[in-house]
Design a protein around this ligand. Structure first.
Ligand code: AMP
Ligand code: FE
Ligand code: FE
Ligand code: ZN
Length: 279
């Protein structure tokens, strides 16, 4: 079994890269992709653990991109971490994520929630990409909400009192940056919460012309109808169809490792593309 979208505590997952790989081994996964938000810093530790435990670790990243004002998560597989244009773009996103945090804390304090920046930073591993889930975890620790879910529903979703945006890479530019770094591009959960209705078939076809390689079809944010339609669409447009858990450790329920998987055939096609592009 192959699970091509997982998170560690280098972003908003709760397992260290080593713990994630150990959990993958226990689940019986042959390969995983570590796709932390806007960073590839967890990859070396995950690959070292993978070599010891017999789990292939495909380097990945889940980039924060923007299409028509909405956030689109774009997965990059097999990118060269030393590709400067991509590394610079990811750094710009991470810096912007840090800069928005005091604004989010201020907004929540205006709403009488006694949260501090230190509370939020304490919830993230050193060097991790900081996100709303860390704010959510701090709110849970303060007893404001019972879980990340309520923190998002009431305070942190777009349009809610604690929401503040950050810099995102224009989507087509993201595709180009990943490909220039020798990577393979797959739109994460295209018809999930937030992007359903945005990434229409017309838009996805346009993105395929711009170099998009695939779409994540089997994901728990997609119901059976969406999966069937996306699978048919991918086949008709020469796009790879992946499946994955989007595992975040205990940070996201309903996303256990291996709950969706990618076929060996698609995995081999992805690694062959990476090999050709990195050559
Ligand atoms: P950010 O990266 O700061 O925009 O935060 C987005 C991240 O929050 C996503 O990658 C998810 O992992 C997480 N997230 C979004 N909605 C929820 C939710 N309702 N419950 C738990 N985690 C969520
Ligand atoms: Fe996440
Ligand atoms: Fe995502
Ligand atoms: Zn993800």
């Amino acid at each position: 079994m192959i699970d091509l979208h997982t998170h560690s505590n280098l972003s908003d997952g709760t397992d260290t890269p080593e713990e994630l790989v150990a959990a993958a081994a226990r689940t019986g996964l042959a390969a995983i992709a570590l796709c932390d938000h806007d960073t590839m810093d967890g990859i070396p530790a995950a690959q070292t653990a993978g070599a010891l435990l017999g789990v292939e670790v495909l380097p990945g990243v889940e980039t924060s991109t923007v299409w028509e004002d909405s956030t689109v998560h774009l997965l990059g597989f097999g990118c060269d971490p030393d590709s400067k244009p991509l590394a610079d773009a990811l750094q710009r996103v991470r810096t912007s994520r840090v800069e928005r945090l005091p604004k989010m804390v201020d907004a929540l304090r205006q709403a009488n929630i006694p949260i501090t920046l230190d509370d939020v930073v304490a919830k993230a591993a050193p060097g991790a990409t900081l996100g709303r889930p860390h704010v959510a975890d701090a709110m849970v620790a303060l007893g404001v909400v019972p879980s990340r879910r309520e923190a998002f529903d009431i305070w942190l979703e777009w349009g809610k009192p604690g929401y503040v945006g950050h810099y995102r890479i224009p989507l087509v530019q993201g595709i180009a940056l990943i490909r220039a770094a020798g990577g393979v591009t797959v739109v994460a959960h295209p018809w999930g919460h937030g992007t359903r209705g945005l990434l229409t078939r017309e838009v996805l076809a346009h993105l395929a012309h711009q170099g998009l390689d695939g779409i994540e079809v089997d994901h728990n944010d997609h119901d059976e109808t969406a999966r069937a339609e996306l699978r048919t669409f991918a086949a008709g447009h020469g796009l790879l169809a992946t499946g994955a858990s989007d595992y975040h450790g205990s940070g996201k329920t309903r996303h256990p490792l291996g709950c969706n998987t990618t076929s060996r055939e698609v995995y081999d096609a992805i690694t062959a593309l990476i090999k050709a592009r990195r050559a």
